[in-house]
Write a protein that binds this ligand. Sequence first.
Ligand code: URA
Length: 432
Amino acid sequence: MIRPAELIQRKRDGEELADAELAELILDYARGGVPDYQLAAFLMAIYFRGLSERETFALTDAMVRSGDTIDLGAALGRRVVDKHSTGGVGDKTTLAVGPIVAACGVPFGKMSGRGLGHTGGTLDKLESIPGYRVELTTEEFVAQVRDIGLAVVGQSASLVPADKKLYALRDVTATVENVSLIAASIMSKKLAAGADAVVLDVKVGNGAFMKSLEAARELGEAMIALGRRAGREVVCVLTDMDQPLGCAVGNSLEVREAAATVRGDGPPDFTELVLDAAAHLLALSDLGVDRAEARRRAEAAVADGSARAAYERWLRAQGGDPDESLLPVAPVVRAVSAPRDGHVTRLAALPVGLAALHLGAGRREKDDAIDHAVGVVCARKRGDSVARGEPLAEIHARDEPSADEAATAVLAAYELGDEPPEHRPIVLETLG
Ligand code: URA
């Protein structure tokens, strides 16, 4: 029998705890046997003292064991690949990667989350599609991946319940930003959902959790170590989130952009990230191809229309209508014009994400309703040239006052200069 107060004290003093001690504490907490105040103190001790690689794995393993797990691989008789992004502004990658991977013959079944703060969630984006059902039973989810090759659903409440409780506690006790806790939270969900191989996209920059390349690298390496200890293959790409990904920020606007990308008409940075992620997933799958061949197949699926067909099949299977004219449209569309001639030297992701949030595209509180029609489209990105009076961005708003406020915020997110900035690729580094 563990004594939580003793474990808190030993972690506070920098001791390394035994696997069984960590497991018992986390499993007891998930069952309601340890109060929030003791876990809050324990999390703060971890925040300051950290966890060793072994302890981080013990924590992750206990979190997985706190609920159900899904063996999608056994149900399909195939090797299962999955992806995860740490979240950012305009990140609609799953919506485009899923259909490309499925079109190449690799099953893609993903459990996604909702957005909080300035970062959007895949489920919220999908819910802007009329009729789309994010809640499938586990049986429906598995059957759809088997029959259609693709399903994206909300995470079942019975999967990693310890993470739900711990994340909510971390959120209100200033203990989110710890590499071991973030790595355990993300990887426990991937392991419980049954992935044999995982592609992790760690966002770096102004609009991301990880503000520096060093911090992103540390998180990526921690997650790769956890995956390997659990016997899974993990590749981690560190990608730019200093500016929004692609042009569209806001739910239905992002669905349109993802659909365009699947047809081959997407913005260059987003298209590159999608093809890179799809190539990693295909190379990790049971197709038996290397990355160069995987990339060629991903590009071919976009070019020959099979990715688009997979996209439509997927939405219909989940009750959604792929007709883009049915997506919600905002009543007010306002251009943000360039105040001078020049080059965009900076476009900060965070203020654009916050502008979209204030327009109603995201939630300030967990249970807030979302306006799926509103958001921001960045017509110019870092490195683009612009003439005075030409549009930098477009605001899609519910009313004039909110459009005014967003236009001011988005204009302030742009910096214009005489010379183009140095090119920064979307994929900054690949680990694993
Ligand atoms: N995303 C997660 O799922 N968990 C974290 O702790 C941070 C980001």
